[in-house]
Design a protein around this ligand. Structure first.
Ligand code: DON
Length: 330
């Protein structure tokens, strides 16, 4: 019997000149929006200039379109969560990862404790803090240092360059981290954390303080759009099958309790972080990354969401968009 690989249908980004023009247009259009507030529960984030605004689109063929503060370094925060889930799926298999972490949305804020307590099994998903700390606890390695090296190495391969830790942000969050420590202790009660809860929280805090730029995040997002192969270095980072699982969880939970509004407006998987970072992934086509610190009440970058909505529509990225196959029946 003839066996063939299953068909995968995606498409590609429009002409490079058009993408370049639209990325610039988007920057000009939303540059002066001044709604939202920097996160302040991590003191170091409150001090970042709110006017910073960087955008980068990375195509799956390695093309980059950057504008504004796209090389300004910031901490990755929750935008790390899909990549950590991807690395854990690759390391232990997606079935085990799913069974140990859960993949259903909570519909609750990112730091919710109720999200854990209301379930019988303590499962959430890898995009909220509870599930993300549990995901980090599953990183391979018997010691905290071994787990951290696995994370540093994996994230660096996703970005295509050696990343480092923003020590100031790490220490700032570590000093004000009681909420995440409480979540980790609660998970331990449910046997839903797979390493020492205090050490796992510390590693997770470091993971969130990894220093990246919008350009790095665009390449990382484009790797999730490209069957797990980094489009710049051409290095395979994770298997293609894991990309589709990671993107599925991003769709339902990437913007926490506003994930429904996000999907309704963009039709794409996305992930936000309290530093003002955001990624949006167009499978087969590429990744969009933005950096703009002021956040809405759910903790999502205000300008980041506006740009994603604009570029999804203008570049034809919405996964739910279609046209009648035969428009003239006469
Ligand atoms: O654990 C925290 O609270 C932060 N390190 C990350 C939270 C975050 O980025 C939520 N995103 N919008």
């Amino acid at each position: 019997m003839l066996t063939t690989a299953p068909c995968i249908s995606t498409g590609q980004l429009p002409d490079p000149a058009l993408v370049r023009d639209l990325v610039s247009q988007g920057h000009a259009r939303y540059r002066s929006v001044d709604e939202g507030e920097n996160a302040d529960y991590i003191p170091a984030l409150a001090a970042v200039p709110p006017s910073l605004f960087g955008i980068c689109v990375a195509g799956t063929r390695g093309e980059l379109y950057a504008v504004g503060d796209s090389d300004y370094p910031f901490s990755i925060q929750s935008v790390s969560k899909p990549f950590m889930f991807a690395l854990v799926c690759q390391a232990i298999g997606e079935a085990e990862a799913r069974a140990k972490l859960g993949v259903n949305s909570t519909g609750l804020p990112f730091n919710s404790v109720i999200a854990v307590e209301r379930t019988a099994d303590g499962l959430t998903n890898p995009m909220v803090n509870a599930g993300a700390i549990a995901t980090t606890s599953l990183a391979p390695g018997d010691t905290a240092e071994a787990k951290w090296q696995f994370i540093l190495d994996g994230f660096s391969r996703f970005a295509g360059r050696r990343l480092d830790l923003d020590e100031e942000v790490y220490h700032s969050e570590a000093a004000t981290n009681q909420g995440n420590l409480d979540v980790a202790s609660l998970l331990a009660g449910y046997q839903r954390i797979y390493f020492d809860p205090f050490e796992a929280t510390d590693i997770y805090t470091k993971q969130c303080a990894l220093r990246v730029t919008a350009r790095d995040l665009a390449v990382m997002a484009a790797t999730l759009a490209n069957g797990g192969v980094n489009p710049l270095t051409r290095e395979p980072i994770i298997d293609a099958i894991h990309c589709q699982h990671v993107l599925a969880v991003m769709v339902t939970a990437g913007l926490y309790e506003s994930s429904g509004d996000w999907l309704y407006e963009t039709g794409l998987p996305g992930k936000s972080g309290v530093s003002g970072a955001m990624i949006t992934v167009a499978p087969g086509k590429g990744g969009l990354a933005t950096f703009s610190p002021p956040l809405d009440p759910a903790g999502n970058s205000v300008r980041g969401q506006l740009i994603a909505r604009f570029l999804s529509a203008e570049l034809g990225l919405n996964l739910f968009a279609s046209r009648p196959a035969i428009s003239d029946l006469s």
